[in-house]
Ligand binder design. Structure first.
Ligand code: ADP
Ligand code: MG
Length: 369
């Protein structure tokens, strides 16, 4: 069966930027970041600490905000989009120690976005199967898990050293050649494959100078929904959940050797991310997505066809102030980016009948036995 992509009119939507401030951990340090209300954040001004700088975002989460609230408000609404053939991305941005991994992964006691999202996805599918036309649809869920480390893409489901290339298909969808895709039918099965893959990353972290904070990790959840009856539609939705490397400026940390090389790569890919955002905001015809692996993979999330939510994680202590300042600067630019939401809907391609084919059938004399 050949499938043909249906062209839909894109819907304009801004990237949603929310800020989450983690609780104060370094009690000897002063707190420089304050949540004024649900949309406003204040930081002290480093030039004059008697003054405050004010920032407005769609949502600002204070240190008491639970994992459930962040998931329910930022991620859960995206599930129905993925089920209906749209792409969506959630990414955590911020300096090391600000709470990105806590938000995205969490702990067994206090799970973050990933486990909640997988659970939520299967509940949403179950809800769909209670609808009147449920028998007409079949759902298939799978996931891939990768890491970008020093500008190279690695498969976390198939640990080894193979570096994978990034390509674009004829529908302008970005994909990673050779990336493992594991099909799953419930959260238990997901955990069975995801837990060791996630450990691959953490084990490497202790061996290689906290690699986890120096690499970008990307979970891709794919939902394919196919119709058993005419018009035999296929809806294909992708959900990316991304834990970015620390956004701190490593030039100030005096890194040497491998650390310096790592820092250079992280800085260059996050720098490329900033350049992509600038080019989009200035309306440039050519957006430099190809200048890093990260921007290439996020092509659909920034200025592309996906619903995107960026969760900006901040550490409130004075020690992190300069990273907080640059992070907020990037966040302020990103909230201006407009995406053009599309539905990935395919229908069975009906082959055009050859001219006169019907007539031919009518007049072709039956073969004699
Ligand atoms: P990052 O991934 O940005 O480097 P982490 O997620 O590892 O940061 O967080 C750094 C530390 O702060 C961890 O010990 C984590 O448990 C803690 N932490 C982060 N955010 C929160 C939060 N919202 N509530 C409680 N602890 C948090
Ligand atoms: Mg982390």
């Amino acid at each position: 069966m050949t499938l043909e992509k249906k062209i839909s009119v894109p819907l304009k939507q801004r990237v949603r930027v929310v800020v989450r401030v983690r609780p104060q951990l370094e009690t000897e340090d002063q707190v420089w970041v304050h949540v004024a209300d649900k949309k406003t954040l204040h930081t002290l001004n480093h030039r004059n600490t008697k003054e405050t700088l004010q920032y407005e975002f769609e949502d600002v989460y204070d240190p008491d905000t639970s994992q459930a609230t962040v998931y329910n408000e930022c991620v859960q609404p995206l599930l129905v989009k993925a089920l209906n053939g749209q792409n969506a991305s959630v990414f955590a941005y911020g300096p090391t120690g600000a709470g990105k991994t806590h938000t995205i992964l969490g702990t067994a006691q206090d799970p973050g976005v990933i486990p909640r999202c997988v659970r939520g996805l299967f509940s949403a599918i179950e809800e769909e199967t209670c609808k009147s036309d449920a028998a007409d649809w079949k759902f298939k869920v799978s996931f891939s898990y990768l890491e970008i480390y020093q500008e190279k893409v690695y498969d976390l489901l198939k640990p080894g050293c193979t570096v994978l290339p990034i390509r674009e298909d004829k529908h302008h969808q970005i994909f990673v050649t050779g990336l493992a895709e594991q099909s799953i039918s419930d959260i238990k099965e997901f955990t069975k494959y995801f837990a060791p893959a996630s450990k691959n990353r953490t084990t490497a972290a202790t061996k290689l100078n906290e690699r986890s904070s120096r690499s970008h990790s990307i979970l891709l959840l794919k939902v394919i929904r196919t119709q058993n009856v005419s018009p035999f539609k296929t809806l294909s939705g992708k959900l990316y959940i991304i834990d970015l490397a620390g956004s701190e400026d490593n030039r100030r940390t005096g890194n040497q050797g491998i650390r310096l090389k790592e820092s250079g790569c992280i800085n260059s890919s996050l720098l490329a991310l900033g350049q992509v955002v600038d080019a989009l905001n200035k309306g440039h015809a050519c957006i430099p997505y190809r200048s890093s692996k990260l921007t290439r993979l996020l092509q659909d999330s920034l200025g592309g066809s996906a619903h995107t939510c960026m969760i900006v994680n901040l550490a409130p202590e004075e020690r992190h102030y300069f990273d907080t300042y640059t992070t907020l600067h990037f966040a302020r630019k990103t909230k201006k980016v407009v995406n053009h939401i599309k539905i990935n809907e395919f229908v069975e391609k009906i082959k055009p009948m050859k001219r006169g084919a019907e007539k031919q059938e009518e007049y072709t004399p039956k073969k004699q036995k």
